[in-house]
Design a protein around this ligand. Structure first.
Ligand SMILES: [Zn+2]
Length: 379
């Protein structure tokens, strides 16, 4: 029945793109598609060689973990932070914020809604088929979550003609993600993961911060409680009644910089009550970074929910010793049963194409460490 061994090793999604792919993306070369195929085959091979049990396509076709949807949807356009500066309410404050948080305004692009959304092409179904055709391992497919998408892509001055409110946009976002996941389920995807990093901005940004940069969470938020209720509702509407794949939710505290001190900090405690209301089967969480707080919080996850345990830090170059990883996993296995534990890095290794947090060599070595730890744990 089990699709994978005990303590399966997996990834959060992205893999650092090779230099030749980045160059081709920049130049928009006509053979980009072929090069993306090649880079994907390489990402799959490196994961398999490292001992990963549930592989992803490394998101090699994406500019970042959510911006790629612009190529596949009508009504949404990629804009750089520099473009958006013209439209945010407090331009100077936003610019200061980006620089304080080590985010170059030109480097990160935000999908921005400028018309009615519709699927021009599948978001990830074609990528899934390619992945499936090139590995015998179970596979994970990642999608940006409905809260992230409706929060970050609704920029009042640009979006309100098509969608007077963010809630109306969210209705269409939910429909699009549902259609996609239903198709992935029918096609046999093993794990479908929704990435919702902005949830951590709601609970960890602190009372002093009026607005933080968190994967371009541009729209001012209502109270955190209201926003979390909204997010829970959207996630539940997306996954409602879909059977087949393990439906997972990834929440980290940001993966845009190697400077740990600019990233958000805080225990998952504050999110657990909201996780408990979400009808997903797995929570993919970061625990290699000390910013993530205590494991004890996981005791209160819904009974039976799987945990994707972040056990290596994608932003550091030192490789975590397998014995240490195994010791930390054993501590978790004293809190939730071993059958519920998957092993993964805290986040992707190349969330943003231009600013990967790791090299492919480091990423490989970290996954090998996870696999070595899994071997010890299984024995
Ligand atoms: Zn993440």
């Amino acid at each position: 029945m089990a699709r994978w061994p005990l303590y399966p090793v997996t990834v959060v999604g992205s893999w650092p793109r090779p230099a030749w792919l980045l160059d081709a993306m920049k130049k928009k070369r006509t053979d980009l598609r072929q090069l993306q195929d090649d880079a994907t085959l390489l990402a799959i091979k490196l994961q398999e060689d490292a001992g990963v049990d549930i592989v992803s396509d490394g998101e090699q076709r994406r500019d970042n973990f959510y911006s790629f949807i612009c190529e596949r949807l009508d009504g949404i356009r990629l804009m750089t932070m520099a473009d958006l500066l013209e439209y945010v309410e407090d331009k100077a404050a936003f610019e200061n914020l980006l620089s304080a948080l080590d985010v170059p305004a030109f480097a990160i692009k935000n999908p921005t809604v400028v018309g009615k959304l519709s699927r021009r092409a599948p978001l990830v179904l074609d990528d899934y088929h390619f992945l499936r055709a090139h590995t015998k391992k179970p596979v994970k497919v990642t999608l940006p979550g409905p809260y992230l998408l409706s929060r970050s892509s609704w920029v009042k001055n640009l979006s309100e003609a098509a969608y007077p409110t963010r809630e109306l946009l969210a209705d269409d976002v939910v429909g699009i993600l549902r259609d996609e996941i239903r198709e992935l389920a029918a096609a046999g995807a093993d794990v479908v993961q929704l990435d919702e990093p902005v949830l951590s901005e709601l609970v960890f940004a602190g009372k002093s911060a009026t607005r933080t940069f968190m994967c371009a969470a541009l729209a001012a938020s209502a109270s955190p409680e209201k926003e979390l209720d909204f997010a829970v509702d959207l996630v539940n509407r997306v996954v409602d009644g879909i059977d087949g794949p393990v439906l997972a939710l990834h929440v980290c505290r940001g993966n845009w910089s190697q400077k740990e001190d600019v990233l958000l900090q805080g225990s998952y405690d504050a999110l657990i009550p909201h996780f408990r209301r979400m009808r997903v089967q797995q929570f993919v969480l970061e625990y290699a970074t000390p910013r993530a707080g205590s494991l004890e919080a996981l005791r209160d996850l819904p009974a039976g929910a799987l945990v994707g345990f972040g056990a290596v830090n994608p932003r550091t170059t030192e490789i975590e010793p397998p014995a240490e990883i195994a010791a930390r996993v054993r501590r978790l296995a004293g809190i939730i049963s071993p059958e519920r534990i998957h092993l993964n890095p805290d986040c992707g290794f190349g969330t943003f194409a231009d600013r990967p947090v790791a090299t492919a060599d480091v990423a490989s070595a970290k996954l090998q460490a996870l696999a070595a730890a899994a071997t010890v744990l299984r024995a």
